[in-house]
Design a protein around this ligand. Structure first.
Ligand SMILES: Nc1nc2c(ncn2[C@@H]2O[C@H](COP(=O)(O)OP(=O)(O)OP(=O)(O)O)[C@@H](O)[C@H]2O)c(=O)[nH]1
Ligand SMILES: [Mg+2]
Length: 323
């Protein structure tokens, strides 16, 4: 399992070493965060490598997140003194702010005389967890760049400087952003958004956590929850599980997030809650005709489909984390 997993800290460290020369020559950085989970898609310790160089936070995929919650995140980051914008590579909304931010980087460098631009070409490094939209951002900035993008994480291999307009270059690189270690939900959240390869995840666990989260926030998309579904009963089970279950300890490492995910029953806190969630998944499988050996509902296929719909925005605009 471990070799396949590309955001273990060891791997990340190597990836960062591989671009250490580029880091020195950069004037500024762009951190791409997924608007649906800015907390889990940001590792603040990365600022150690950016030093005092300016950093722009880009809340990408804003078309998939709750607009109200994204505003709360903006407010929070601004309060912390960060420079932050929202972006959707799909609708291209936010593109102008991004170009303005690039001009601003140039202006700061000129005014302060720090992080000098070599020649006339300003170099900016783009960083973010796999699948956050780094390559897509380069494509909307430059019609000629045309870098490969795709639904699966880990698409970009190797590093390349790409020209943006006449006087900027941006470094596209594989998903360089170590996971934060201090939060138990990071594993399922990044699994649900597609930042972690789904082949290495217990997919029913991810879907179960996702469904419990939706119910807790009073979100019951019709594509998954039948119209007559007993919402209150499920919410009561969640509340009870949260009250009675032992609080899980934060993971000690990125490897542990994946390798030691407690079994499904333990994670949901109660067998009753897990039964209720499994019933939703199996009901969905039955309705879609997903069966194993002809008659048994295929929970794994159903879970994958539910997460696919979420990733494509077919369950609505859903944020997985609030500030
Ligand atoms: N809906 C939506 N989809 C987006 C947005 N930005 C990127 N995507 C999609 O997200 C997927 C990943 O985009 P990429 O640009 O390949 O992401 P990346 O960060 O370069 O990924 P790696 O190279 O694997 O680290 C692709 O299917 C994109 O079409 C956005 O703003 N909205
Ligand atoms: Mg890429």
């Amino acid at each position: 399992m471990s070799e396949k997993f590309s955001w273990y800290p060891g791997h990340m460290k190597k990836a960062l070493e591989a671009i250490s020369e580029e880091i020195k020559s950069a004037t500024a950085f762009i951190f791409v965060l997924d608007s649906r989970c800015p907390f889990s898609s940001l590792n603040p310790s990365l600022e150690k490598i950016t030093g005092k160089k300016p950093v722009l936070y880009v809340l990408n995929k804003s078309d998939l997140a709750s607009a109200g919650i994204t505003q709360e995140w903006i407010h929070r980051f601004e309060q912390e003194g960060r420079q932050v914008i929202t972006l959707s590579c799909k609708s291209r909304s936010g593109r102008k702010s991004l170009l303005a931010a690039l001009r601003h980087f140039r202006e700061i460098s000129r005014k302060t005389g720090k992080n000098k631009i070599l020649g006339n070409t300003m170099r900016v490094i783009i960083m973010g967890v796999p699948n956050s939209g780094k390559s897509s951002i380069i494509n909307i900035l430059s019609p000629t760049a045309s870098v490969k993008t795709g639904k699966k994480p880990g698409l970009t291999r190797g590093k390349q400087w790409l020209k943006i307009g006449d006087d900027n270059e941006i470094l596209d690189s594989p998903g360089i952003m170590p996971p934060r270690m201090d939060h138990i939900d990071t594993g399922w959240v990044l699994g649900a958004t597609g930042a972690i390869k789904q082949e290495i995840l217990p997919i029913e666990y991810v879907a179960s956590k996702f469904l419990a989260y939706l119910a807790k926030r009073d979100l019951f998309p019709e594509a998954v929850f039948p119209a007559n579904y007993n919402r209150k009963e499920l919410q009561d089970l969640i509340e009870e599980a949260e009250r009675t279950a032992e609080k899980p300890k934060p993971p000690r490492s990125g490897k542990q997030i994946i390798d030691e995910i407690p079994d499904i029953h333990a994670i949901s806190g109660s067998a009753h809650l897990q039964q209720a969630i499994t019933a939703i998944i199996e009901d969905f499988a039955t309705k879609r005709g997903f069966f194993i050996k002809g008659s048994e509902p295929d929970g794994e296929k159903a879970s994958l489909q539910i997460l696919k719909m979420f990733r494509e925005g077919k369950l609505g605009k859903i944020s997985l984390e609030t500030p």
